[in-house]
Design a protein around this ligand. Structure first.
Ligand code: SAJ
Length: 413
């Protein structure tokens, strides 16, 4: 079997590697020339435990190759980004459209086309209609018929960064076909390596299920973040409160933090809001609550600096990644907070991030310095942003003039 995968990023590359490990010949399509060269040397351009070895073997076995152009294959998988754009958070489907146009000339009778990118409801139908326009002689899957030449389905990924290689195999997956035969064909393809259940449904339900899972988590994190604000005003330790409330057999409150980061949870709920703004009221409020949290954290720091009475008070930000024990700084609230503080307090902000060796340009340009944990713990204001294992491992003592702002409740739990 031959597979063509468009997009060799955080999801596309592990997926490509997994198919190749199971004997499928995979042709990957990428727009990033550096990624193409790196992968063709058997190396990886992203950090994900366990991925490097699988890619290296797949490339040396001749089962994985990257290129900037698509080619003929039995099946096509689209794994490209779907960001949102503008103040109204409208989904930007230009990458999905471009990938569909890219594969269209290579589509033949009997092919299966699968969209994996997180997408607003209706996007799989959009892919099918672009294909139909480009391939007038083929009957592309349509909702009202089981009789078609090309099958089209939606199959979202649900893997957690840091655990992608095991979750790709073990997680259950939803496979939503434009018609039933498309769902069946797509499920057969994932059956090559997925050990979890393959749950077949229609494309619209598949699209909505992915958005629902991430919106559910976002709403629950927003509840925790809102509690943290309320508790601060009422002089209650939110961590103790949550731990007590969670003793109730049917209560399971998540953890407050400095905001919600990453490419998924802070983005996907907007795809529901943009389709049904009048109905998605809790989902949109939760997004706003979580998006407001970094602002609140910055105000806390501002107040602490003022209270210190020092015009040269030094601020140390502990953790930059969007969640613990990874090096991924994408859409990380910690990065935004650190940058904004550095712009407000020039030359007085340092950062500790055990998982990187160099600061991103946005922080370098703002004058942030990367420092050691020991040094950071002596700052006037210590702002704990990410609960990395290196921070868990210590039990720091602070002197009289220092302020600790612990957004993760790490040294209070
Ligand atoms: N966070 C909190 N408090 C919590 C849990 C998380 O503040 O109690 C924050 C994290 O610090 C981080 C953000 O939320 O900034 C998101 O982290 P996460 O671990 O909740 O999720 P992601 O973005 O790494 O992965 C999510 C997962 N979705 C769900 O758990 C429903 C993953 O399974 C999806 O595959 C992934 O999104 C995706 O690709 O959509």
């Amino acid at each position: 079997m031959k597979l063509c995968i468009c997009g060799l990023g955080y999801i596309g590359l592990p997926t490509a590697a997994m198919f190749a490990r199971n004997g499928v010949s995979v042709h990957g399509v990428e727009v990033n020339q550096h990624a193409i060269e790196t992968i063709n040397q058997g190396k990886i351009h992203i950090v994900e435990p366990g991925l490097g070895e699988v890619v290296q073997k797949a490339v040396s076995d001749g089962l994985l190759k990257a290129s900037d152009r698509a080619c003929e294959a039995d099946a096509f998988i689209i794994c490209v980004p779907t960001p949102f754009t503008g103040d109204n958070h409208e989904p930007d489907l230009s990458f999905v459209d471009a990938a569909t146009e890219e594969i269209a000339p290579f589509i033949r009778k009997g092919n299966t086309v699968i969209l994996e990118s997180t997408s607003p409801v209706g996007t799989t139908e959009r892919v099918a209609s672009i294909l139909q326009k480009n391939c007038p002689d083929l009957r592309i899957a349509a909702e009202d018929s089981e009789d078609c030449d090309v099958y089209v389905a939606y199959c979202p990924e649900r893997v957690l960064p840091g655990k992608i290689m095991s979750e790709l195999i073990d997680n259950d997956r939803i496979v939503g076909g434009i018609n039933r035969i498309s769902a069946r064909k797509a499920a057969e393809i994932y059956g090559i390596f997925v050990k979890g259940e393959l749950l077949e449904t229609n494309a619209r339900t598949g699209e909505m299920s992915k958005l629902t899972e991430n919106a559910f988590r976002d709403v629950n994190i927003a509840f925790a973040n809102e509690l943290s604000l309320i508790c601060d005003r009422l002089h209650i330790d939110v961590w103790e409160l949550i731990s007590l409330a969670n003793h109730h057999p049917r209560v399971n409150i998540l953890n407050p933090g400095p905001g919600v980061g990453g490419h998924c949870i802070a983005v996907d709920p907007w795809f529901i809001v943009s389709k049904t703004p009048d109905l998605a009221r809790i989902i949109s409020t939760a997004r706003n609550v979580n998006d407001h949290k970094p602002e609140w954290v910055k105000n806390q720091v501002h107040d602490a600096v003022t209270a210190s009475g020092k015009s040269d008070a030094v601020i140390a930000c502990l953790g930059l990644a969007f969640k613990p024990d990874i090096d991924d700084l994408r859409e990380s609230p910690s990065v935004y907070i650190t940058r904004d503080l550095a712009l407000e307090f020039p030359g007085r902000v340092m950062a500790v991030e055990p998982n990187i060796s160099e600061l991103p340009d946005s922080l370098k340009n703002a004058g942030v310095t990367l420092t050691s944990l020991d040094r950071a713990l002596k700052a006037d204001v210590v702002l704990l942003l990410v609960d990395h294992r290196e921070f868990w491992a210590i039990n720091p003592e602070f002197s009289e003039g220092q302020t600790l702002i612990d957004t993760r409740g790490l040294w209070k739990r």
